[in-house]
Design a protein around this ligand. Structure first.
Ligand SMILES: Nc1ncnc2c1ncn2[C@@H]1O[C@H](COP(=O)(O)OP(=O)(O)OP(=O)(O)O)[C@@H](O)[C@H]1O
Length: 345
């Protein structure tokens, strides 16, 4: 469906400074996939996404969508091509002076669709996104999640085969984010629309993406299916994102008691341990090998496809607690010292 071949892009700022936004980026997206591009702020995500519909033209390289080389097209050809590529944005970009119906109808009006056909299509789309009741309302009467639903309906109006999502849930609360992601999944499954989304939120990728590219400093540092990325991240930057997806937080009652250094031999050690698939083995081994008492005081477990990721905060007491920690940090997926608390004896 999409082939991006060796694209690079340099911007020049107002002050004449060169910024290499993309540096030899290549990837492909299969038809029907939900493909996620994740990276920190300034990594180059938006530039990649905007190159997929030529809102931004790469300086070098090629972009192919559905068998067409967009990089070789004239502006007129591109305008035509963009009708098959829908796009939604973080801040929805609805027209405040148009009703919900009129917002969704806009792309159809622009493509000279007859009035009766516009009406049928808009009503169908509003039903798909669950907003039939709101047709005559104006955008300012809608919540953020409802506005994004309108934007999705508008993006689908011309029956695109590809939907580009630019931080589509970044302005929404967690529950609304969930419902919008669910809607994108439904659209992908029911209408067989390929989806490419960019995000800085690992939770978005975790929930719906089939494959993921991790971008840093204008380069793809890792690309793989969701299980590979979460189960065995190869790049340190990817591992950081993955760790942030599943993270047990220190319970509040421990926060005020926490010390950075061990003061007494009886102090107990608090560590955070990330695990994949078999948490029990991890802790049994520690107990047996170092004869320590070990208590899990907080846990978070997430399923990602067939993979189970865990994050545990573990309290270790006993004379060999530091040795147990040392062993864990050498042998386990990821271990982090949180600090010490006063022990009971
Ligand atoms: N029009 C522009 N002029 C100059 N520099 C730009 C321009 N657009 C983007 N950049 C720079 O290019 C780099 C990549 O920007 P881009 O917006 O693609 O990153 P991003 O990963 O989408 O970041 P964010 O999540 O903050 O939007 C950044 O250093 C940015 O400052």
């Amino acid at each position: 469906m999409i082939e991006v071949k060796h694209i690079s892009k340099v911007y020049t700022t107002n002050k004449g400074k060169r910024v290499q936004a993309l540096d030899d980026v290549s990837f492909s997206v299969e038809k029907g996939e939900i493909f996620g591009i994740i990276g920190s702020s300034g990594a180059g995500k938006s530039t990649i996404l905007r190159c997929l519909n030529m809102l931004e033209k790469p300086d070098e390289g090629e972009v192919w969508v559905a068998g067409n080389a967009l990089t070789n097209m004239s502006e007129r050809q591109l305008q035509n091509e963009r009708r098959h590529i829908g796009m939604i944005f973080q801040h929805f970009n609805l027209l405040a002076s148009r009703t919900i119906f009129e917002n969704v109808a806009l792309p159809l009006e622009l493509s000279q669709t007859p009035k009766a056909a516009i009406k049928n299509r808009v009503l169908e789309l509003l039903e798909l996104v669950g907003l039939s009741e709101k047709a005559t309302d104006y955008p300012n009467a809608l919540s953020g999640g409802q506005k994004q639903r309108v934007a999705i309906a508008r993006a689908l109006a011309t029956n695109p085969s590809l939907l580009l999502c630019d931080e589509a849930t970044s302005a929404l609360d967690p529950a609304t984010t969930k419902s919008i992601l669910k809607l994108l999944q439904t659209i992908n499954a029911q209408l067989q629309i390929t989806i490419v989304l960019i995000t800085h939120e690992i939770h978005v990728v975790k929930s719906i993406c089939d494959r993921v590219a991790i971008v840093k400093d204008g380069k793809i540092v890792e690309l793989g299916n969701r299980e590979q990325i979460f189960g065995s991240p190869k790049d340190a930057h990817t591992a950081e994102f993955v760790a942030s997806a599943v993270r047990a937080e220190l319970p509040i009652e421990y926060q005020s008691k926490l010390k950075e250094q061990r003061i007494s031999n009886t102090d107990q050690l608090l560590i955070r341990v990330q695990t994949r698939n078999n948490a029990d083995y991890t802790f049994t081994a520690l107990r047996e090998q170092f004869d320590v008492d070990l208590e899990v005081i907080e846990a978070q477990i997430e399923s990602i496809g067939t993979l189970k990721l865990g994050s545990f905060i573990v309290k270790i007491s006993g004379s060999r607690a530091d040795e147990a920690h040392h062993f864990a940090s050498k042998n386990y997926t990821q271990t982090e010292l949180i600090g010490y608390v006063v022990g009971s004896n």
